[in-house]
Design a binder for this molecule. Structure first.
Ligand SMILES: Nc1ncnc2c1ncn2[C@@H]1O[C@H](COP(=O)(O)OP(=O)(O)O)[C@@H](O)[C@H]1O
Ligand SMILES: [Mg+2]
Length: 394
């Protein structure tokens, strides 16, 4: 056979050819450097394409003579690191292409010996798109935080300033009420044509008091809304100190606060043994109170309310607590809206006690500020499961 006739030289050439092909077809940039001088001995087509320098512009040049690497390898120190450490990896190393484009690459170098010569092989992977997306994301997160702070400040100022005219409306409405009474007394003794007197008395006893009633009612509602907004605007300035929290103690505390309502309503509360999390105990109490309050308010009056609280540790070093009830449940169309400020669906039988619709808005903000997340799963008529994920204690 022909193969057997091949000599060592042929085999060697074949093998060399195979490695050459690998080098040329690689979808990563590869540079081979002389470890002693830092001169580029070879550059594969991928790196030539990526950087836009020709083979001649790269080969026989020192790494730091190439514009692309100038920023990073400006001093010998970095090259010596490649030479001396044997294996070096940089993530997000900045390079400049021949046409001035900025690139971010993953740069891995290996130093080894070939025929008594030390060489450094550098593998260069283009991560520009990923790095740019990361940078954009970071910038967006910063903008978002700033905007949020700005909005909270704005909310605080406007709500604060809205209060004073409201106090005026409240005060002057009261004065009007008093004046009206006095007018009624005076009118009783006034001498007027009968029809005119009748109409005046009717105005004073019916339509003016009714209008005043609407004004005071609206002022009261506006005051509640402003109080709610002030509460929300304060969340941003809230100091949060995360510590390991004994959740069993927190829940016991919360349930004690509700003891009267729970007993009056005849609720069955099942609490499993809860793992600890890392959060602010005061804040945890606040949002579990909001959630239990909702369970009570949005219960189905046709059946005994059952609330179950569970907790489990996840693989991602977090804890997920679940509060489940068998109440009214939430319509699919409302599942997103319940987190919005002032969104409240009136519970049947709670007419006098219509919620402000900020409980869940505040809860969500508090959970997020504690480094966690909250979500709900529910079907109308079939109860709701609220999930709260928080960091586990370290
Ligand atoms: N456990 C629950 N079961 C059914 N619906 C709920 C539950 N918790 C919250 N909701 C719905 O989410 C809305 C928003 O809740 P929240 O922000 O606490 O406001 P509020 O309690 O003042 O209405 C409620 O009006 C209700 O429609
Ligand atoms: Mg509520």
């Amino acid at each position: 056979m022909q193969l057997e006739e091949r000599n060592d030289e042929d085999v060697l050439r074949d093998s060399e050819m195979r490695y050459r092909r690998l080098f040329e077809a690689a979808q990563d940039g590869i540079l081979i450097l002389d470890a002693v001088t830092g001169t580029i001995a070879d550059a594969n087509p991928f790196i030539i394409e990526l950087l836009g320098f020709s083979h001649e512009q790269l080969v026989n040049k020192k790494l730091w003579e190439i514009g692309a690497f100038l920023d990073f390898f400006a001093n010998l120190e970095k090259f010596e690191e490649l030479r001396d450490r044997g294996y070096v990896r940089y993530e997000g190393l900045p390079l400049v292409a021949a046409d001035g484009r900025k690139l971010f690459v993953e740069f891995v170098s290996n130093a080894y010996t070939v025929n008594d010569c030390r060489v450094i092989q550098c593998n260069i992977r283009d991560n520009t798109a990923r790095r740019q997306a990361e940078l954009e994301k970071e910038a967006l997160a910063v903008t978002l935080r700033e905007k949020n702070r700005e909005m909270e400040g704005f909310l605080y100022i406007t709500t604060h300033d809205l209060r004073s005219p409201l106090v005026n409306i409240q005060g002057f409405s009261r004065n009007l009420g008093k004046d009206l009474k006095r007018l009624q007394e005076l009118m009783a003794h006034a001498v007027l044509p009968k029809a005119a007197k009748g109409e005046a008395l009717k105005l004073m006893s019916e339509s003016v008091p009714e209008a005043l009633g609407f004004i005071t009612g609206s002022v009261l509602r506006m005051d509640q809304l402003i109080t709610a907004l002030l509460k929300i605007s304060r969340l941003g300035r809230l100091e949060i100190t995360a510590r390991p929290v004994d959740m069993n103690a927190v829940l016991k505390n919360v349930l004690e606060t509700f003891a009267y309502r729970l007993e009056k309503t005849g609720v069955e509360v099942k609490v499993e043994s809860l793992p600890p999390c890392s959060a602010d105990a005061g804040i945890l109490t606040q949002f579990f109170m909001n959630i239990i309050d909702n369970c009570l308010k949005y219960r189905d009056r046709g059946r005994k309310l059952e609330i179950t609280v569970k907790g489990k540790i996840t693989d991602a070093h977090s804890v997920i607590y679940t509060v489940s009830d068998n109440g009214l449940g939430i319509k699919a169309a409302d599942l997103e809206k319940i987190w919005e400020v002032f969104y409240s669906v009136q519970a049947p039988g709670e007419a006098a006690d219509k919620g402000e619709g900020i409980g869940l808005t505040i809860t969500k903000r508090l959970v997020e500020r504690s480094g966690g997340r909250i979500w709900v799963e529910s079907k109308e008529g079939a109860g709701a499961d609220f999930f709260i994920e928080l960091p586990a204690p370290v």
